[in-house]
Design a protein around this ligand. Structure first.
Ligand SMILES: [Zn+2]
Ligand SMILES: [Zn+2]
Ligand SMILES: [Zn+2]
Length: 378
């Protein structure tokens, strides 16, 4: 960076702390004059005011407050950089140098560049950091887990991993880049990819049909109460399915066949969280998982009540899978942003907490809210 900009003392920067005259610093190093920009700030001007004269590194990264993309940083550098905050040593150099010769500014590599998604972090980074392509060769060399250059399923099945290693590695996020990593590497490959819209396309018509059968053969109040009950029970099923079945994790039998099943069910989604075609349940897997519930509901309840209840429950599933997809890939309205952060923290902060996807309700009830960052030593 060879821009001819002045070194500024901390006292000088702190003077620009009025709503009409705002300077802020990034990394305690770069000084920006954001006085005019603040009126156009997408998050509003008033959230910037408390930072006038102060450092914004932490708040820029805090997506709960307001997400910032790479381009926000570029804009600051290009349009608003006015100088560099002097270090103590530089300030001394400035004061003692009578000829006012410029002091050389050396910039450390900005620390926004070295987010490593493989490690679990207290705070989510700007979301584009989650789409930095993993260096396949370096990853397999360093972690001795899967090689993203080759079909994954065979590596899980024939790799000689022990359970603790598999469970730890599979939950550490990687990003394949464009497209989807090969699972089978043969003619079966397309079967491993499920676009999100397959879920409503395949299941909504069936869902409406059984709802209709239940509704037209009972008193509407009976039908609707059973339906609502089914929907409510689904939220519990969603929680325990994710917490107990998908994250069997530490209770998995120590055998690669079980690792492979785990990988297909949910492991691959933690290993590659942003792969949009390995996110919703393929219809075949749904049938296998739903079958015991179907048997249970239809043996416990009279037929038409069972239809209504099962329609409510499976609608819950359909909404869950679509919500899950949207939390990873959708452009969400404000009220869903918190849910998105919460679910991404399940991936990037602590996969042993935060099992609720469509709501945090059961996490609160069962004490599995995301409070701490995953720690391998525990
Ligand atoms: Zn798990
Ligand atoms: Zn997810
Ligand atoms: Zn999970």
């Amino acid at each position: 960076m060879s821009r001819n900009l002045p070194l500024l003392s901390a006292a000088e920067v702190a003077k620009h702390d009025k709503p009409t005259d705002i300077w802020v610093t990034l990394y305690q190093r770069k000084v920006y004059n954001v006085s005019t920009f603040v009126k156009e700030h997408p998050g509003g001007a008033s959230i910037v005011y408390p930072y006038a004269g102060k450092d914004i590194t932490a708040i820029m990264k805090d997506i709960e407050s307001h997400e910032h993309s790479e381009s926000a940083y570029e804009m600051l550098d290009e349009d608003m950089l006015v100088g560099y905050l002097a270090t103590d040593k530089e300030e001394e150099e400035l004061l003692n140098n009578k000829n006012k010769t410029p002091v050389e500014v050396t910039l450390a590599k900005s620390d926004s560049d070295d987010y490593d998604m493989y490690e679990f972090h207290d705070h989510l980074p700007a979301l584009d950091k989650l789409e930095i392509k993993t260096d396949y060769n370096e990853d397999v060399k360093k972690h001795k887990f899967l090689d993203l250059n080759k079909p994954l399923l065979g590596q899980v099945l024939f790799g000689k991993f022990n359970r603790d290693f598999y469970v730890d590695q599979v939950h550490r996020p990687r990003h394949y880049g464009k497209g989807s990593a090969p699972l089978f590497g043969n003619f079966l490959e397309p079967l491993s990819l499920t676009p999100w819209w397959v879920v409503p396309l395949v299941w909504l018509p069936a869902n409406f049909y059984i709802f209709y059968v239940g509704f037209t053969n009972q008193h509407p109040i009976t039908a609707l109460s059973m339906w609502a009950m089914g929907l409510f029970i689904w939220t519990l099923v969603e929680y325990f399915l994710h917490r107990v079945i998908f994250h069997l994790d530490g209770y998995l039998p120590d055998h690669s066949v079980f690792f492979t099943i785990h990988f297909l069910l949910h492991g691959v989604h933690h290993y590659l969280p942003m792969d949009e075609y390995r996110l919703v349940l393929p219809p075949a897997l749904f049938i296998i998982l739903a079958f015991p519930f179907y048997k249970l509901v239809f043996s416990l309840l009279p037929f038409y009540m069972a239809c209504s209840g099962f329609a409510g429950g499976t609608l819950g599933y359909i909404m869950y899978d679509i919500t899950h997809y949207m939390l990873h890939h959708g452009n969400l309205p404000q009220f869903l942003q918190d849910l998105k952060t919460y679910h991404l923290e399940h991936h990037y902060k602590n996969y042993q907490l935060g099992f609720g996807v469509t709501s945090t309700f059961w996490d609160v009830v069962f004490g599995t809210e995301i409070t701490t960052t995953f720690d391998k030593k525990k």
